[in-house]
Design a binder for this molecule. Structure first.
Ligand SMILES: Nc1ncnc2c1ncn2[C@@H]1O[C@H](COP(=O)(O)OP(=O)(O)OP(=O)(O)O)[C@@H](O)[C@H]1O
Ligand SMILES: [Mg+2]
Length: 256
């Protein structure tokens, strides 16, 4: 699927013509403001169906839930597909160790976790996707090189963020990097996912509102103690992740 990118000023001036063009060609329109993608996940029901095959969980910030979301999203996708793979691109191999702990306890995860090989992450992900797998890439914090590789090869990039002022503020560097990548890549989608949302906290709602200025998933991941305890076990709290997967598929023109 190719997306056309139009600057925001040009878009305002040319809106009627652009709408006709979108209707005519079925190509989604990505609005950019100073090169920043405002809404790259544009639902386009008229597009031919294309299932996202590679999803990358990225953030330069540590501890935002990349591994937790990776493992739960993989388990949610495994409810509908056999061939789901987590590609663990973090040298700390938390996702891989999660699988090892599970195996040691005789628990079989409904997907495989493979440590990514240094220097061949993109090829590895692409080969797995070509072989029919849905690939979820878990990435390390503070590693621009791996973030770029994972985001480049991914069909969709998810950026978890925690609902605090500091975390939302720290998003800027990750988004800058992704926006820069988006300027060079034709097919590029990223979306922020609010993680550890606690509806009782005003700050969580403020953070949620602040994220509306960016491309984001409307599904938020709640703060649950189940997520803190599940390392080494099979993820079972999957409802929110099924919703996330449906939201991604809908954005790609597929019926949920
Ligand atoms: N929605 C949630 N509710 C409760 N706890 C959560 C949630 N998401 C993550 N956590 C907890 O937050 C901590 C950090 O999560 P996780 O390890 O997934 O983050 P990460 O971004 O992968 O970290 P790193 O950058 O170090 O790889 C873990 O203890 C995890 O159990
Ligand atoms: Mg991690």
């Amino acid at each position: 699927m190719s997306r056309k990118t139009v600057g925001i000023r040009a878009l305002l001036e040319e809106l009627p013509e652009r709408i006709r063009e979108v209707e005519h060609t079925g190509q989604p329109l990505v609005m950019t403001k100073h090169g920043q993608a405002v809404a790259p996940l544009v639902p386009t029901p008229s597009l031919p169906v294309q299932t996202p095959r590679i999803v990358a969980l990225t953030s330069l910030k540590g501890g935002v839930g990349k591994t937790t979301l990776t493992m739960h999203l993989a388990a949610a996708i495994a409810l509908e597909q056999d061939q789901v793979v987590v590609l663990d691109a973090d040298e700390e191999v938390s996702a891989f160790r999660w699988q090892q702990h599970a195996q040691a306890d005789g628990i079989e995860l409904p997907f495989r976790v493979i440590p990514a090989e240094r220097n061949t992450l993109m090829r590895q992900a692409r080969d797995l996707a070509k072989a029919g797998h849905t690939v979820i890439i878990d990435t390390p914090p503070n590693n621009r090189e791996i973030l770029k590789s994972a985001a480049t090869v991914a069909d969709v990039v998810l950026v978890p963020v925690l609902p605090t002022g500091m975390d939302v503020d720290r998003l800027a560097t990750t988004l800058e990097l992704l926006t820069d990548l988006g300027a060079a890549l034709e097919d590029f989608s990223y979306a922020i996912v609010l993680n550890r949302f606690d509806a009782r906290k005003a700050m969580a709602h403020e953070a949620n509102d602040a994220l509306n200025a960016h491309p984001r998933l409307s599904t938020v991941v709640k703060s649950l103690s189940a997520y803190e305890k599940v390392f080494g076990q099979c993820p079972t709290e999957l409802a929110q992740f099924t919703e996330i997967w449906n939201e991604i598929k809908e954005a790609f023109g597929e019926e949920a």
